[in-house]
Every structure is written in C-alpha cells, then in structure tokens.
Design a protein around this ligand. Structure first.
Ligand SMILES: [Zn+2]
Length: 58
C-alpha cells in the first residue's frame, strides 16, 4: 500500500529581489533534501531572477 503523505511538501517560490511569490510547487523531501533555487521569470520585475523557496503551509 503506497502512502501518499509525508514526503511531498508544498512550497512557494519567491523572487529574491522583490520578494513577491510567483510560483507554488511541491518538493519531495526525500529526493531533494536541499532547498530549491530556480531561476524563473518574475512577473513583477519582468525579468528572469533567482527565486528562493519558502515553505508553505497547507
Ligand atoms: Zn521580482
């Protein structure tokens, strides 16, 4: 029986410059123990910026 809960956490991705939360995604704690730092397009800055992960509660 596969258990669904526990390993995938819901996270938000915020722009490191303007701090606006542009993305919400999930991360598997077991496969990806480090925090994500993806480069994504910020709608507010209107350029591609490094985003940082903030944990988002359900
Ligand atoms: Zn921004």
């Amino acid at each position: 029986m596969a258990k669904k809960s526990g390993t995938r956490i819901l996270i938000g991705l915020v722009c490191t410059v303007c701090k606006s939360r542009n993305y919400v995604t999930t991360r598997n704690k077991l496969n990806t123990p480090e925090k994500l730092k993806p480069k994504k397009f910020c709608k507010k800055c209107r350029v591609v910026r490094e985003h940082k992960e903030v944990e988002k509660l359900k």
